[in-house]
Design a protein around this ligand. Structure first.
Ligand SMILES: [Fe+2]
Length: 131
């Protein structure tokens, strides 16, 4: 028996303010991505070309919902929009090779040598992907 989402779990006794609605929209975005992953798994699990085409169409709709929810989230949370725009620009620069991966240093707390083992070096995007 499949486990269905509780339709009442998101109900609140009052209207949400924009901050609360933004949090809810983030959960909605996760649900849309989860649906896409589920539909892609269903496509992989069948050789029925008609079923694949219909499920692919539905998965593409969910991808559009991600974009629509993201646009709404950015309207509700302008700081999210600002941070997202910055991150998008940084990612484009990294992908274009304009910004070297090494400059994308991930902040690490100060570490000290423990049990004679040297403190780990700081992580970079490059070190995380084996570069
Ligand atoms: Fe959707």
């Amino acid at each position: 028996m499949p486990e269905l989402t509780n339709p009442y779990i998101g109900l609140t006794p009052r209207k949400m303010n924009n901050e609360e609605l933004a949090r809810a929209i983030r959960q909605d975005i996760i649900a849309e991505h989860d649906a896409v992953a589920l539909y892609e798994a269903h496509i992989d699990a069948t050789d029925d070309e008609v079923a694949k085409a219909i499920i692919k169409h539905i998965a593409d709709e969910e991808r559009k919902h991600v974009a629509e929810f993201t646009a709404l989230l950015e309207r509700l949370d302008p700081d999210q929009a600002r941070l997202g725009a910055e991150a998008y620009k940084e990612a484009e620069q990294m992908m274009a090779g304009v910004m070297p991966m090494e400059t994308t240093q991930i902040q690490q707390p100060e570490t000290q040598e423990q049990d004679g083992a040297p403190a780990p070096a700081g992580l970079t995007v490059g070190s995380l992907i084996g570069g």
